[in-house]
Design a protein around this ligand. Structure first.
Ligand code: THU
Length: 136
């Protein structure tokens, strides 16, 4: 992929759910959108919890939506956050993305007004451990 129109669609999808995020503790709303290999787009937002560690990241929500929607491969993913700093996926979410993506899968990081930077998954999670590493 890497076609700009695909990222435009992911930007729009993440932008629709980011305002819906449940983030009463951090006040930091995040949206994520996945393009699956069948062309479907799935979105998720962060959902926090009074027991702080139980909160879920936007990427985890988007992955759950993807699996529940019947898709299984991530062709591209976009994460949209607030503020000036890049909202790159946390370590746990890099591993979650890894399960369904390839090392060269693009991960776009966006702010409110557009994509700020693109990474490959391998740049964010080098020498990663994935399903193939379990084969004996
Ligand atoms: N968060 C995400 O949902 N995705 C990210 O990539 C970074 C952080 C959420 C978790 C928490 O609800 C809030 O942002 C502050 O860390």
């Amino acid at each position: 992929m890497s076609v700009d129109s695909d990222f435009d669609a992911l930007f729009a999808a993440a932008g629709r759910v980011q305002p819906l995020a449940y983030a009463p503790y951090s006040h930091f709303k995040v949206g994520a959108a996945i393009l699956a290999d069948d062309g479907a787009i799935y979105a998720g937002c962060n959902v926090e919890n009074a027991a702080y560690p139980v909160g879920a990241c936007a990427e985890a929500g988007a992955i759950s939506a993807m699996i529940a929607g019947g898709s299984q491969r991530i062709v591209a993913i976009l994460v949209m956050g607030e503020g000036e700093a890049l909202v790159t996926p946390c370590g746990a979410c890099r591993q979650r993305i890894r399960e369904f993506a390839n090392p060269d899968t693009p991960v776009a990081i966006a702010g409110p007004s557009g994509i700020r930077q693109r990474f490959s998954l391998a740049e964010l999670l080098p020498a990663s451990f994935g399903p193939d590493n379990l084969r004996r």
